[in-house]
Design a binder for this molecule. Structure first.
Ligand code: PMT
Length: 220
């Protein structure tokens, strides 16, 4: 079921979690498996696009005919995305980027004692916000993972990050969202077009998202 619909288009997709190191043996991360982002990369490739997949640490096999860039931390993801940004036509930001990292990464393993341990955290760069600010002609799609007030928080991100569309993902349900094989989303555009995509495999959801993005681009 390959098409050439996106032949000549360059698509940048980010996937998976990031890891923010505390010391050589410990890090902060989240539950993203990368499945949703890898499915989107596969789908975009099957539609004829040249795909750049910037991936945080996952256990997934690399999709074929996709250029994969492996990164670990939010700052590495930011550098790689920034480097590719000018070249691409479409960006889909599925990655669950850490919002905070330890202010200091300690060189040697922190030895435990009986006192509580406090770790000071600082904000990472909001990559998507940077992309929205430096947008030229790219069509930018963000994701929003929320456990409540999905539409309200998602709409705020769509506007504040200057996106063209956002995919709303309810991560309070364990059979969809983080790490599961299935998902269910709402696709929301800047113009207020709203599409519910009912529960299906992440590959089927990815196919639908690519189709919805294509419709929006078609409106020019
Ligand atoms: O990987 P899976 O297990 O398949 O799970 C898929 C998923 C649930 C992770 C995915 O569908 C999803 O919802 N991804 C977005 C997760 C997220 O970090 O959402 P957020 O609401 O915190 O961030 C909003 C957007 O800003 C996202 O597009 C994110 O990539 C981006 N962001 C966030 C923080 C940051 N420092 N830089 C960013 O670019």
């Amino acid at each position: 079921n390959r098409t050439t619909k996106w032949k000549g288009k360059k698509v940048l997709i980010t996937a998976g979690p990031t890891r923010e190191a505390l010391d050589p043996v410990r890090y902060f991360t989240n539950y993203s498996s990368g499945k949703m982002g890898y499915a989107l990369a596969q789908s975009a490739m099957e539609n004829g696009a040249e795909v750049y997949l910037v991936s945080g640490p996952t256990h997934l096999e690399e999709p074929q005919n996709v250029r994969v860039f492996h990164v670990s931390s939010a700052s590495q993801m930011f550098e790689t995305v920034k480097h590719l940004y000018d070249e691409v036509d479409i960006v889909v930001k599925t990655a669950a980027v850490a919002d905070y990292r330890p202010k200091q990464t300690v060189e040697h393993k922190i030895k435990k004692n009986n006192e509580p341990l406090s770790v000071e955290m600082e904000r990472t760069t909001d990559i998507l916000h940077y992309l929205g600010e430096h947008k030229r002609n790219q069509f930018i799609v963000g994701f929003a993972a929320e456990t409540q007030n999905l539409k309200e928080y998602g709409t705020k991100k769509l506007v504040s990050k200057n996106l063209d569309a956002i995919v709303l993902n309810d991560v309070s349900q364990s059979d969809i969202g983080f790490d599961s094989d299935q998902n269910q989303v709402i696709f929301l555009t800047r113009a207020g077009n709203e599409q519910f995509v009912p529960q299906a495999s992440k590959k089927q959801i990815a196919d639908q998202i690519i189709h919805l993005i294509d419709n929006e681009i078609g409106k020019g």
